[in-house]
Write a protein that binds this ligand. Structure first.
Ligand SMILES: [Zn+2]
Length: 371
């Protein structure tokens, strides 16, 4: 007579039918191209979860996977606490049509006993969905996205450069943006400062920007400071962030940003625009990666782009440069590629040309170790 169908007999049947893999093999395959999914509940992930795992609780697995995984042939590894929930989850995914699905034997409990890498803190299901295209990029993954979530970027200036830069940083999931600008929104700003709008005319720029950014991404924190960056606040603010995105419109503030970044070993992501051209670079002297802003523009010369209010600027040019600054900022936060240190990237909208030239650290500059 057939064994009566119970939860236990069903489980035993699945254990016979569905091949499981060990945590060590799962970790190895994850390093290749398999996707490891922790199917436990958020209160369980928060205490720890395998490094780089996607976190989608069992109840949401089927519907979310549909949006996250477009290749049905990808290898999917499922992990729960003890290896039971992952078996039922694998059974369900196989019925949908995913062929290469393997539960991880012994679950997270055994994963830890094997001494495999874990991380605490995690992305919510909404965040996982929001950033899914970024998380899918192998050099970013869940771990990179968490790095962005824990990052703090100081955006100096919410004008033509700061607007597109802050928008992309917020969209990418940088967890905390600190905005500083002493101006208010004027109608003549709107041709290039796309974070502001006709509806926010007269508001503090930092407040107008904050409203925009939180509408775009309510999962991040935005601190707005309606003051100039000066000697009284620069060091404390720069010390409290990972990267400074410099969207200033005057030399004095740029030199201050440069000096504080050098002193506090923070990367200074510089951008400037004028009329139909712009330029971007990264100054990060503490990394022995070239000089500072003063090496490029010694205070005695002041040959940098003028305030665009006086010379005029094609509105999209700061859009191009600010977006490049956001790209450099994300690369630095994620440890990706080569930042634009030692190099100046210049864009000429008239010819549509980008040009990259070397920047030499000035041995006579204050940033030089010889000084
Ligand atoms: Zn220098």
């Amino acid at each position: 007579m057939a064994e009566p169908r119970t939860w236990r007999s069903w489980l035993r049947g699945l254990q016979r039918e569905i091949p499981q893999i060990s945590p060590k093999l799962a970790a190895k395959r994850q390093r290749q191209d398999a996707i490891l999914i922790d199917v436990r509940e958020p209160h369980e992930w928060r205490k720890g979860s395998p490094v780089g795992a996607l976190r989608i609780s069992r109840g949401q697995l089927e519907s979310r996977l549909d949006k996250l995984i477009t290749d049905p042939d990808v290898e999917i590894l499922l992990l729960c606490e003890n290896g039971v929930r992952s078996l039922f989850a694998a059974d369900s995914l196989k019925k949908i049509g995913y062929e290469r699905v393997y539960p991880v034997w012994g679950g997270y409990r055994f994963w830890k006993e094997c001494g495999l890498a874990s991380e605490t803190g995690c992305l919510s299901p909404v965040e996982t969905e929001r950033y899914s295209d970024q998380i899918r990029l192998p050099p970013i993954g869940q771990a990179g996205q968490l790095r962005l979530k824990n990052a703090r970027v100081l955006c100096v200036g919410m004008g033509g450069l700061g607007s597109p830069a802050a928008i992309y940083l917020a969209a990418a999931g940088v967890g905390h943006l600190i905005l500083i600008d002493a101006d208010r929104v004027d109608r003549s700003n709107l041709q290039r400062q796309i974070i502001h709008a006709e509806t926010t005319l007269g508001l503090e720029k930092v407040d107008s920007a904050r409203q925009f950014l939180l509408r775009l991404n309510p999962d991040i924190q935005v601190t707005s400071i309606h003051d100039p960056l000066d000697d009284t606040n620069a060091e404390a603010l720069i010390d409290d962030c990972d990267v400074v995105l410099d969207g200033c419109d005057n030399y004095e503030t740029r030199y201050l940003v440069s000096d504080c970044c050098r002193k506090l070993a923070r990367p200074h992501v510089y951008g400037a625009v004028q009329e139909m051209w712009g330029q971007v670079s990264v100054f990060w002297p503490s990394q022995q990666q070239g000089g500072c802003y003063r090496c490029l523009y010694p205070e005695s010369l002041q040959g940098d782009a003028a305030n665009c209010n006086t010379l005029g600027v094609l509105g999209v040019v700061p859009g191009v440069i600010g977006t490049l600054q956001a790209t450099e900022t994300l690369k630095i936060l994620l440890g990706l590629g080569q930042p634009l240190t030692n190099r100046l990237l210049q864009y000429d909208a008239m010819t549509g040309a980008f040009r990259v030239s070397r920047i030499q650290a000035d041995p006579e500059c204050v940033c030089s170790s010889r000084k």
